[in-house]
Design a protein around this ligand. Structure first.
Ligand code: FES
Length: 83
């Protein structure tokens, strides 16, 4: 199980966290990975100036935008052998 958490604190919210969450959600659906990926929102990670902040398992990734989601998904999720 891969855990993806998207910060939905106020700073990340303003920087587009909901778009990032929607983009991840669409990819999880597209690749039919809902059984192996746990997608959730979480609270402020304390790195508000670097938002949107996401966490994939124990790795924190900063400055995520909706446009970057597919590349991150490909690199961190699809290549980790979850598929
Ligand atoms: S609001 Fe996302 S890191 Fe603070």
């Amino acid at each position: 199980m891969t855990h993806i958490a998207i910060c939905i604190g106020s700073a990340c919210h303003l920087r587009g966290a909901h778009g990032v969450l929607r983009a991840f959600s669409a990819l999880v659906e597209k690749y039919r990975l809902s059984a192996t990926i746990d997608l959730a929102g979480n609270f402020c990670q304390g790195r508000c100036t670097e938002g949107v902040v996401i966490k994939i398992d124990d790795e924190i990734i900063t400055n995520v935008s909706q446009e970057k989601v597919f590349a991150i998904f490909q690199e961190k999720v699809l290549k980790e052998g979850s598929v």
